[in-house]
Design a protein around this ligand. Structure first.
Ligand code: TMP
Length: 249
């Protein structure tokens, strides 16, 4: 992919990745970040819940299996608390500085998991987004579509491996993976409904193939949808601001 860097005055680009637990989303995000960095583009890789010191504390609370009986509305509020902080501290400053912000999950996750999975519906999610997120939306969302059973099994295996791991203290992030297949079926349906409603922004990528096949599809979507190569112009490496930042902790 031939790309170039935005100039100082240009606002950055906001791209999010979405999908079920275990769909390979984080791997694909890192692979795309690698392609963009190879072009010396200023990339910020971040995630939700989390992405800031405060957000990571909220993440721990939200994902820890020891957090029991969390009311769905409290869960919804915490997701947005993390997001509001993340927008203020990482996403908006990154975009203002002209960076490409690649975010692992955003409000579509809340609509899919709390709206669909927890059956809160999409209205409260979109209403809170309007109030708390200044109506900031990504210009491109890659929705990695995968089989519910396979993805969830993969996520559960991965988390077991982590918790059985090297004796290093690793936080337990299994609370959502313990949900039923029916829950994840609702999450997937909600995701597909978002993609149907917002076909301009949300591109569904089939994540059932090999990681390399999926990566190729994603690079093509990013190139086509964001027209990065044409719009930013090429061949001006001396103007590149090659600074990179990873806010993921
Ligand atoms: P992940 O970052 O490893 O994908 O895990 C985050 C988990 O949090 C995942 O199970 C999805 C869930 N989640 C929500 O339920 N709502 C949200 O708004 C976000 C951002 C994540």
């Amino acid at each position: 992919m031939m790309l170039s860097v935005p100039s100082h005055t240009q606002r950055g680009r906001f791209i999010t990745f979405e999908g079920l637990d275990g769909c390979g989303k984080s791997t694909q995000l890192e692979k795309l970040a690698g392609v963009l960095r190879a072009q010396k583009l200023p990339v910020v890789v971040t995630r939700e819940p989390g992405g800031t010191a405060t957000g990571e504390k909220i993440r721990q609370l939200l994902l820890d299996t020891k957090t029991s009986s969390l009311a769905p509305l409290a869960e919804l509020a915490l997701m947005f608390a993390s997001r509001a902080q993340h927008i203020a501290e990482v996403i908006e400053p990154g975009l203002t500085e002209g960076r490409i912000v690649l975010c692992d999950r955003f409000t579509d996750s809340t609509e899919a998991y709390q709206g669909g999975g927890r059956k809160l519906g999409h209205e409260p999610v979109l209403a809170l987004h309007g109030i708390l997120c200044g109506n900031l939306w990504p210009e491109l969302t890659i929705l990695m579509d995968s089989d519910v059973a396979k993805s969830v099994d993969r996520a559960r295996r991965r988390n077991k491996t982590f918790s059985a791991g090297s004796g290093k203290a690793k936080s337990d992030e299994n609370r959502f993976e313990q949900e039923s297949r029916a829950f994840f079926g609702r999450v997937r349906n909600a995701y597909l409904a978002i993609a149907a409603r917002e076909a301009e922004r949300v591109v569904v990528v089939d994540a059932r193939g090999t990681p390399e096949e999926t990566h190729k599809q994603i690079v093509e979507v990013v190139r086509r949808k964001l027209k990065l190569g044409n719009e930013y112009g090429l061949n001006s490496p001396q103007s590149h601001r090659a600074t990179e930042k990873t806010s993921r902790t």
